[in-house]
Design a protein. Sequence first.
Length: 172
Amino acid sequence: MAEPAPAEDPVLTAESLTAGYNGVVAVAGVNLSVSAGEVLSILGPNGAGKTTTLLSLAGVLPMMSGRVTVLGERVDSRRPYRMVRRGMRFVPDDRGLFPSMTVREHLRLARRRPDKNREHLVFDRFPALAKLQSRTVGLLSGGEQQMLAIAMALLAEPRLLMVDEMSLGLRP
Ligand SMILES: Nc1ncnc2c1ncn2[C@@H]1O[C@H](COP(=O)(O)OP(=O)(O)OP(=O)(O)O)[C@@H](O)[C@H]1O
Ligand SMILES: [Mg+2]
């Protein structure tokens, strides 16, 4: 017998999402639904609107119309921290790191529970980061920065993870 679906499943929905900049529409009529455990890829050529869609889903860019829910709650771009509290993490295409801070400081910031050190999980996945912990982030290569950005999101043990340009700068 099937388990009853949790109240927050699907973890992400968009209905008729329209988004853009300064009143100019960049993407229109986006409908999608992501269930727990599911992976969804958004593919398209440069300028197709992938980043615009993700920014709206994450509540960074106010949507022009439509309805988006994240982890059971309607997205409100005036309060993006609410989705973060519920377990959403978003890695933007510019990675959102602090160039003058070290790798170690970033990883400490990202821990969801300060008492629980789960950084070994990150180093299992990205062994290169282990040796770079004292390095200032502005001195990392693009790929190393990408590893750190994804590592920070994973350390937070997210229930919904959205990554713009997941493999940017990473070798296969
Ligand atoms: N800040 C902005 N202000 C105005 N227009 C923008 C802005 N950012 C993007 N656009 C425009 O919105 C459209 C969609 O861009 P978007 O960045 O979402 O594309 P993308 O699919 O992520 O492309 P890429 O593969 O190059 O990352 C493009 O026509 C782009 O020129
Ligand atoms: Mg993009």
